[in-house]
Ligand binder design. Structure first.
Ligand SMILES: Cc1cc2nc3c(=O)[nH]c(=O)nc-3n(C[C@H](O)[C@H](O)[C@H](O)COP(=O)(O)O)c2cc1C
Length: 354
């Protein structure tokens, strides 16, 4: 139904609803499974870490925190889906309001704080899923806000989710859980990686913040390359910076100073900058998944060209609606042909300008 309605007019019409309520409705719609997978593009098929992906565009973590709409998400034509962040115990997250839309920039500022139903509900949902081999599923894990021992939270979750996941993401970069991003520091990260590496059965990624210093990034790259556990890095989570929200006036300007992580187009340049640096530091020894401000085929082309083998998005799904994935796939496929690039893998890290 939403396919035929102009999504922009529709979303303007319902914009007076709080963002979290709209998200709830979106999830319920996906549960009804009335979206159908669209056309596949031969030049977008890619093999990464031995797995076959119909296309490189994935759903980013945070959209389906409790693994409730996995099949519905695949029906939007995503090449892979990441669910979570899940924590060991259920938690409510921060007090509402905690999600703020900045329509002038098609951006979101949010401080949800890992609101989720906990690992028990999450696993029950995962157990019900039937998916085919080409539907690659990632599970994103995080610590509880009040946890006294983050390493044991990650160990507990890593063990439990691996049987149901194609890959696991260790999330140490959300800005809305106090102290979480400190786990990106060399000593703390080393401890997590050493503990988890003994338990590894599935491909494993670390998700990073775009606000890391050059030195911190260098340490993480070195650790990741030499660890026995890290197959790749997901770059990036949301930013606490507001520098890219200054270029035009915003009607509800108070929203900009709300605490939380910023996502969408104003995050793109920052995320691309860190992706380029990371690709240079890792020299293709580990896989990079790029996320942050992807809204169209050009954004996708650009990020792959910076060094990403796979991509993810979230905020553009909110602003552009369920057709955003098929539109990106069609544009990206066309851009590859226009540039004489036979398949998407051949673009990774080539720094080709559009
Ligand atoms: C409402 C919202 C909730 C999010 N929750 C999570 C989360 O639970 N775990 C996580 O790793 N990232 C989370 N993210 C970050 C996204 O996965 C992604 O890294 C970020 O939004 C940048 O991509 P985008 O510009 O395409 O949205 C969330 C983002 C948004 C907008």
């Amino acid at each position: 139904m939403l396919n035929v309605i102009n999504y922009r007019s529709f979303s303007k019409l319902i914009s007076f609803f709080p963002p979290e309520l709209l998200h709830y409705f979106f999830l319920q719609t996906l549960k009804l499974n009335f979206f159908q997978k669209k056309k596949k593009y031969e030049n977008l098929y890619t093999k990464v870490l031995g797995k076959d992906f119909d296309n490189p565009i994935g759903l980013a973590a945070g959209f389906d925190k409790n693994a409730e709409v996995i099949n519905g998400s695949f029906n939007l034509s995503f090449g892979f889906v990441e669910v979570g962040t899940v924590t060991p115990m259920p938690q409510k997250g921060n007090p509402k309001p905690r999600v703020f839309k900045i329509p002038e920039f098609e951006a979101i500022i949010q401080r949800l704080g890992f609101n989720n139903s906990g690992i028990e509900v999450f696993l029950n949902n995962l157990k019900k899923i039937k998916k085919n081999e080409r539907e690659i599923l990632g599970v994103n894990i995080g610590k509880n806000k009040n946890s006294k021992d983050p390493v044991s939270d990650y160990k507990f979750l890593y063990n439990l989710v691996q049987p149901y996941a194609d890959f696991v993401t260790i999330n140490i970069s959300s800005p809305n859980t106090p102290g979480l991003r400190d786990l990106q520091k060399k000593d703390k990260l080393e401890k997590i990686l050493t503990t988890l590496s003994k338990l590894k059965k599935k491909k494993t990624f670390i998700k990073l913040s775009p606000d890391l210093s050059d030195e911190e990034l260098e340490d993480i790259c070195k650790l990741s390359i030499h660890s026995k556990i890290v197959d790749g890095l997901i770059l990036t989570n949301t930013t606490i910076s507001r520098n890219n929200l200054q270029s035009k006036p915003v009607r509800d300007f108070w929203k900009i100073s709300e605490e939380g992580g910023l996502s969408g187009p104003p995050l793109k340049e920052l995320s691309n900058k860190i992706i380029k640096k990371t690709y240079k530091l890792t020299k293709g020894k580990i896989i990079l998944i790029g996320v942050g401000g992807i809204s169209n085929g050009r954004d996708a082309f650009e990020k792959i060209s910076c060094g990403c083998s796979l991509l993810q998005l979230y905020t553009s799904l909110v602003y552009k609606g369920p057709n955003v994935v098929v539109n990106i796939l069609s544009e990206l496929s066309g851009l590859l042909k226009k540039k004489g690039i036979r398949k998407v893998e051949d673009l990774v890290g080539k720094n080709i300008n559009l």
